[in-house]
Design a protein around this ligand. Structure first.
Ligand code: ADP
Ligand code: GN1
Ligand code: MG
Length: 375
């Protein structure tokens, strides 16, 4: 387990970057499960300049240089695209603040890896959908992100986490964790393990079609949860997509599915009361409509047909990742209470079960909006 950085580590890290003004406050920020995120406020002759300072998760991201090269290149590309379409490149995408030696990140003497982004001010980030309009905007933005990156040279992107959404290999990881039972927790989650194992046949539906060349590989975000998008305080429009660590070649269905998993759930990802968890079909419909609009006709008929499968599989995959992490002793996702990963796995499985009940409705919704988008 990596310890939280102390204030001296934080100050030393901040000092390595080309900032406007002198750092005056550094405080923990946001609700991510992976990196350690801080709001860094600088004083620039009486004016405040804000930044996001992050300690990257070095046990998950093995090659920070490659990762930051992806982020720097993708954000420069997006800035150009946004500029061409008349948008504001300083607010509608991240950009990488360099160190004094011109690097995209800093490795400190403790082998921590740090990076800095401008803080996109006057924005908010949602942990839960508050109204359908927000979720629609989010869908258009994530669809648009994929569309904007359609011509990005995918072969120049490094694979930051190999087999990230390869559900069959996530399934193998779960089986291994069950067999090894490293911290003696398997006996308490027999029901959850059975739920996961019963669905093995689903795990390779998308990867098989990809291997057969029937689904196109695209540049995708791969972590399109609701809190990875910033909304503008003034316009309340989806403004900027963040958390670009997993931008890699992937399937459109991954991006669609992960947003449904997080945004169309009637409960929180870690809700202990499972009666609150289920699929909100009207939010599913809103997101389907928005995503198809954002992708602007670029999805193939098979991709559209498989949108419900993308939603179910991303939810199932996340559930088995949480369950695996619970079984190995909580080494990947940050937890804030005992059994946190178990609570998370349970919500995901409850959501999968609810999607299975509502499958016909999900299919009809997709058929309806899919036919309109191709009309
Ligand atoms: P993680 O990989 O741990 O999820 P993120 O990059 O998503 O880390 O950052 C965590 C949170 O910090 C986000 O959900 C968001 O609230 C906030 N955040 C990150 N970058 C910015 C930014 N540039 N401007 C404003 N808020 C940000
Ligand atoms: C992590 O980084 P964050 O909190 O946005 C994870 C996602 C999971 C998600 C579950 C790099 O997302 O894959 O779906 O937690 N990111 C990584 O909440 O593993
Ligand atoms: Mg995040």
């Amino acid at each position: 387990m990596t310890h939280s950085p102390d204030i001296e580590n934080l100050k030393a890290a901040a000092a390595a970057f080309c900032l406007e003004g002198m750092p005056k406050e550094i405080t923990p920020y946001g609700n991510g499960h992976i990196n350690d995120t801080f709001l860094l406020v600088c004083n620039d002759n009486g004016t405040e300049k804000k930044y996001i300072l992050q300690r990257m998760n070095r046990s998950i991201f093995k090659n920070p240089a490659a990762l930051m090269e992806n982020v720097a290149n993708v954000t420069s590309y997006l800035q150009e695209e946004i500029r061409k379409s008349g948008g504001d490149p300083n607010r509608e995408t991240l950009s990488v603040i360099k160190t004094h030696t011109g690097e995209n990140y800093l490795e400190d003497s403790l082998h921590n890896f740090w990076r800095v982004f401008p803080f996109i001010d006057h924005t908010f980030c949602l942990e839960k959908v508050e109204n359908t309009g927000d979720f629609y905007d989010c869908a258009v933005a994530f669809g648009g992100f994929q569309r904007r990156l359609a011509s990005y040279p995918a072969d120049t992107l490094h694979e930051t986490i190999p087999f990230f959404h390869h559900t069959p290999s996530r399934f193998q990881d779960l089986k291994k964790a069950v067999e090894e039972d490293a911290v003696g927790r398997a006996s308490m989650v027999q029901e959850e393990i059975r739920f996961a194992l019963e669905r093995e046949a689903d795990t390779h539906v998308l990867t098989d079609l990809l291997e057969k060349g029937e689904l196109p590989l695209r540049v995708t975000h791969n972590d399109t949860k609701l809190n990875n998008i910033l909304f503008d305080d003034t316009t309340r429009k989806a403004l900027c997509i963040i958390d670009l660590d997993t931008v890699m070649p992937g399937l459109s269905l991954y991006d669609f599915g992960d947003s449904i998993r997080t945004g169309a759930n009637t409960g929180a990802e870690d809700e202990p009361d499972l009666s609150k968890v289920g699929l909100n079909l009207s939010l599913f419909e809103v997101y389907t409509k928005g995503f198809l609009t954002g992708c602007a006709g670029s999805l193939t008929p098979l991709e559209i047909r498989l949108l419900p499968m993308g939603a179910k599989l991303m939810t199932y995959e996340c559930g088995i990742r949480f369950l695996t992490d619970f079984l190995v002793g909580d080494t990947y996702f940050k937890i804030h209470r005992p059994n946190h990963n178990l609570d998370r796995a349970r919500t995901q499985f409850k959501l999968v079960a609810d999607m299975e009940k509502k499958w016909e409705d999900m299919t009809k919704i997709v058929e309806h909006h899919g036919s309109m988008s191709n009309a």
